[in-house]
Design a protein around this ligand. Structure first.
Ligand SMILES: C[S@@+](CC[C@H](N)C(=O)[O-])C[C@H]1O[C@@H](n2cnc3c(N)ncnc32)[C@H](O)[C@@H]1O
Length: 234
């Protein structure tokens, strides 16, 4: 079942409570290290979130043309606020081609197997000849050991509870949010689904060649929790 824009928007409203922003620079470093060695003019970030990756990459590399897309209107609004070109659109419906396409911090895990096949075919359509696709995926260890369990957090205006479980390759996170209104708290509940994929599956489905494949230890545990990979359109 696809993640709805309502569920992606609820995640967008609480991402700052989840520790994601603190962990992200360690992951972005893998992308930056690779892109620093490349000569390219255009980059599309799919699942750009609030635009933090675009800000870091532009700050470091000053690329001529960068754009972000995301299916959460709330995320797109934040990327636009940061001053970057961004659109709430599915990759397959977008015009234009790019030298580099990125899908950073779990974006590919948001796709089930069927969506993944169609997504990779659209990545191919939107890459220039010889262009590269960079992404990261959660390992089985990451899903089973980092991401499951219950989590409660609050600040002055929000109370959030997240219950997550991983079973049969599917990671299900139930988000319950209470937001302070003028006279009462407003409750919203949404589910975010992620799906386990392997590097081999992505290579086979894309038909691209695998240029690089790193183990990522984002949370400094004994095993790697993510894989970072670079694929080239051939
Ligand atoms: C964990 S966030 C990462 C955001 C950002 N890349 C970062 O590094 O901060 C995953 C993002 O992917 C977006 N997303 C999920 N499925 C998507 C899809 N099919 N197309 C575009 N964006 C998607 C979500 O709305 C969310 O903003």
């Amino acid at each position: 079942m696809p993640n709805s824009s309502d569920s992606l928007d609820l995640y967008a409203k609480v991402e700052d409570l989840l520790g994601v922003k603190e962990a992200a620079p360690g992951l972005y470093a893998h992308y930056l290290l690779f892109l620093n060695t490349q000569d390219f003019d255009s980059l599309l970030d799919v699942g750009c979130g609030s635009g933090d990756f675009l800000r870091q990459i532009q700050g470091a590399l000053g690329i001529s043309q960068v754009k972000g897309i995301d299916l959460s209107p709330f995320m797109v609004a934040q990327t636009l606020e940061q001053g970057y070109d961004a659109e709430c659109i599915d990759l397959c419906d977008l015009d234009g081609t790019y030298d580099v396409i990125t899908a950073v911090f779990d974006m590919v895990n948001y796709l089930n197997k069927e969506q993944l096949a169609s997504f990779l075919s659209c990545v191919k359509d939107h890459l220039n000849e010889g262009g590269v696709f960079l992404c990261d995926i959660n390992t089985l260890f990451g899903f089973e050991n980092v991401a499951v369990g219950s989590f409660i957090v609050d600040d002055e205006d929000r109370f959030l509870a997240v219950d997550s479980d991983f079973e049969n390759g599917e990671y299900i996170s139930e988000f319950t949010l209470f937001e302070k209104g003028e006279h009462c708290f407003k409750k919203s509940q949404e589910t975010i689904r992620q799906y386990y994929h392997t590097v081999d599956e992505i290579v086979k489905l894309s038909g691209f060649s695998l240029l690089q494949h790193d183990q990522v230890h984002l949370y400094e545990l004994e095993e790697s929790d993510k894989r970072f990979m670079v694929l080239q359109k051939i």
